[in-house]
Design a protein. Structure first.
Length: 285
C-alpha cells in the first residue's frame, strides 16, 4: 500500500490529506500546530509529532506549507529513504522552487514541482488542478496522489520551476480579478450606486465571472470566512511582482499587493483574500 508523508495541514493541506486517505493511501500527517492536524485522525490519517516520523518509509513526501523558507526549513531536517518522491505542492515562487529542486538533488530525491490551482472548496472536493513538472519516470506513480487530490493534472515538462512559473501567471489573474471586484464595489459605494447592480448588469455577459460572484457578497457583508487567507494571498502577490521585476508592469497584482498588505495590517490576515476590499477602502481614506 502506498504511504504518503503529508507536511502542512492548513486550509488546503487538511482536505488534501483527507482525500488521500479516502482514496485508500496510507497517510501520515504533520503540522507545526498539531491541533490543526488532529481532525484528520477521524479520516483515517495518522497524525504524527514530527516530520521525520511522517517520512519514515514513505513512498511520497508531499509538502503544503506557507512559503519557500518554511518548506526548506522542514526538508533540511529530514533523512529520506531511497525511492521517496517529493511532491512540492506549496506556492513558493521561482527562486525558492529552484532552491528546493537543488536541495532535492543534493539529497538524491526525485523532485516534482507541482503547485495546485484552487482554494478550500476545490480542495475539499478533490477538484484541484495540479500543475506539475518533474522526471518522466515518476508520472505514473505520482498520478496515484494527484488523482486523489485533483480533477486534472497538467504535466509541463521535466524542468523544476516550470509549474511554479505557470502558477504565478494564473495567480496574477486571480489577484487582479479579486482586487478589481473590490475596487468596483467600493466605487459603487462612493458614487451612491446600488452595488447589487454590479452583479445584475454583469449577468449573462461575456464579463460575468463566477469568481467575482463568490467574492463580491463577502466584500459587501464584511464577513470573510477563509477559503484562502489574505496573508497568503499577499505572499503570492509579492511573488508575482518579484517575478515580473522590471520586465513588465504587473499593475493589477501590484495594486492587489498594496491593498492586501493594508488589510493584513488592519487585522484581516487570517480572513479570506476577499478582505482585499478592506484594504481598498482603508487606503482611500
Amino acid at each position: 500500500m502506498t504511504t504518503v508523508a503529508f507536511l502542512g495541514t492548513g486550509i488546503m493541506g487538511r482536505p488534501m490529506a483527507a482525500n488521500l486517505a479516502r482514496a485508500g493511501l496510507t497517510v501520515r500527517a504533520w503540522n507545526r500546530t498539531r491541533a490543526k492536524a488532529e481532525p484528520l485522525a477521524a479520516e483515517g490519517v495518522t497524525v504524527v509529532g514530527s516530520p521525520s516520523e511522517a517520512v519514515k518509509g514513505a513512498d511520497f513526501l508531499v509538502t503544503m506549507l506557507a512559503d519557500g523558507p518554511a518548506v526548506a526549513e522542514v526538508f533540511r531536517g529530514l533523512s529520506l529513504e531511497p525511492g521517496t518522491i517529493w511532491l512540492q505542492t506549496s506556492t513558493v515562487g521561482i527562486e525558492w522552487a529552484d532552491r528546493l529542486a537543488q536541495a532535492a538533488v543534493a539529497a538524491g530525491v526525485p523532485f516534482v514541482d507541482c503547485p495546485v490551482m484552487g482554494t478550500k472548496g476545490p480542495a475539499e472536493q478533490g477538484q484541484l488542478q495540479v500543475l506539475a513538472a518533474g522526471p518522466d519516470n515518476v508520472h505514473e506513480g505520482a498520478a496515484e496522489v494527484f488523482n486523489a487530490i485533483g480533477s486534472k493534472t497538467r504535466w509541463l515538462g521535466t524542468e523544476p520551476g516550470t509549474a511554479t512559473r505557470l502558477k504565478l501567471v494564473m495567480n496574477a489573474w486571480v489577484l487582479a480579478l479579486t482586487n478589481g471586484t473590490g475596487e468596483s464595489l467600493a466605487l459603487a459605494s462612493v458614487l451612491g450606486v446600488d452595488p447589487q447592480l454590479f452583479s445584475d448588469v454583469m449577468s449573462g455577459t461575456g464579463f460575468d465571472v463566477p469568481y467575482a460572484r463568490a467574492k463580491g457578497p463577502m466584500m459587501l457583508s464584511g464577513e470573510y470566512p477563509a477559503s484562502f487567507p489574505a496573508s497568503l494571498a499577499a505572499k503570492d502577490a509579492r511573488l508575482v511582482v518579484e517575478a515580473a521585476g522590471h520586465a513588465i508592469d504587473v499593475g493589477g497584482a501590484a495594486a492587489a499587493l498594496a491593498h492586501l498588505e493594508t488589510a493584513v495590517e488592519a487585522g484581516h490576515g487570517e480572513d479570506d483574500m476577499a478582505a482585499v476590499y478592506e484594504g481598498i477602502v482603508k487606503k482611500g481614506r
